[in-house]
Design a protein around this ligand. Structure first.
Ligand code: PHE
Length: 337
């Protein structure tokens, strides 16, 4: 038998193996091909009569004949034992393996959302250090050491005279020191104050600072942009209101409130019946601040605002206690996707 005849016979054998419907049939095929009186011994026996030049190749094909058929028989036997083909043995309706997937922390989610909204108004994100100099955190913000408004922020001082920043406002100074106007930045980050922890206070919290400086920036721009924020964040019916206030580094200064998104301003538990929810402080950049960073207050004006991220998250997501945000209870955290 020459090499191509052996290959043909092998293929016939493989088909017979695949068609074998049971163990007995399979055994019959095995005997017919590989058994003592089967095809393989007769191929081997005939080998010595073949042309010596072709014997090598025929020998190789005879080996392949044996190995391939044996493998096919073993595979078919496994299939028959497991009651079907290998693919049939897989139950596709079984649940897969799930990897648990993390979620964004509500504080990060809030920062992300506020950042995206201001990006659409052309703001870029700026950053500053958590460990600040007294100059950037206070003096440059028109808050000298004898200023009474330092008291509530008298805070975590380091031996070097540096401190953990009490607000994100020093980023205003750092940005203006590093570039000429115009400036349009927001600066999210961590802040630290010597506060006793309760349902609404934490010694470690987050703010987002905003600063817009150019020629002709006015309080109307501030009101317009914060109104846009209110609409994007809380819904199109939410209104904004300014109340007079004082900050050393803005003049005039305001506190701003959103109308209550729960009751629409009629008064409810969320807004303590006032119809308004206090958000944070803002105002027009004080000319003295511009002088500190070398901007000419006769040429440029600007607005600045701050907002507490935890506070915004608690308002938006209806979180009753700020401590939920820091306890790392997965049952709480995994609700935010
Ligand atoms: N930094 C102020 C605070 O922490 C908020 C603020 C920011 C006020 C910018 C005015 C302008 O209370």
């Amino acid at each position: 038998m020459n090499a191509s005849e052996i290959i043909k016979l092998k293929q016939t054998g493989i088909q017979a193996i695949a068609a074998a419907g049971g163990e007995q049939e399979l055994e019959a095929v095995r005997v017919a091909y590989l058994g003592r009186k089967g095809h393989l011994p007769s191929i081997m026996k005939g080998l010595k009569d073949e042309d010596p030049a072709e014997r090598g190749e025929i020998g190789r094909e005879a080996n392949a004949f044996k190995n391939d058929l044996m493998n096919a028989i073993n595979a078919r036997r496994t299939e028959l034992e497991s009651g079907g083909t290998e693919a049939d043995a897989l139950d596709h309706s079984l649940p897969g393996q799930w990897h648990s997937c993390g979620t964004l922390h509500p504080v990060n989610l809030m920062i992300e959302e506020i950042t995206q909204i201001f990006r659409r108004l052309g703001f870029t994100v700026a950053d500053g250090p958590d460990i600040e100099t007294e100059y950037h955190n206070f003096d440059a913000l028109n808050t000298p050491s004898d200023h009474p408004s330092r008291d509530i922020q008298d805070t975590f001082w380091l031996d070097s005279g540096a401190l953990l920043r009490t607000q994100t406002s020093p980023v205003q100074i750092r940005v203006m020191e590093s570039q000429p106007p115009p400036v349009r930045i927001i600066a999210p980050g961590r802040c630290y104050r010597r506060d006793t922890t309760d349902a609404t206070h934490s010694a470690n919290f987050h703010q987002v600072e905003g600063l817009y400086v150019d020629q002709g920036v006015s309080l109307a721009d501030l009101k317009g942009d914060l109104t846009y924020l209110a609409h994007e964040l809380m819904g199109p019916d939410v209104r904004l209101r300014f109340r007079p206030h004082f900050f050393p580094f803005t003049e005039p200064s305001v506190e701003y409130d959103f109308s209550c998104h729960m009751c629409g301003g009629d008064g409810c538990r969320t807004c303590k019946n006032s119809g308004w929810i206090e958000i944070s402080g803002a105002g027009m950049v004080d000319p003295r601040v511009f002088e500190k960073v070398g901007y000419d207050p006769d040429v440029v004006t600007g607005y600045a605002f701050g907002m507490g991220v935890e506070r915004m998250a608690m308002i938006k997501y209806g979180v009753q206690d700020i401590r939920h945000l820091y306890e790392n209870d997965v049952r709480f955290l995994q609700q935010f996707k």
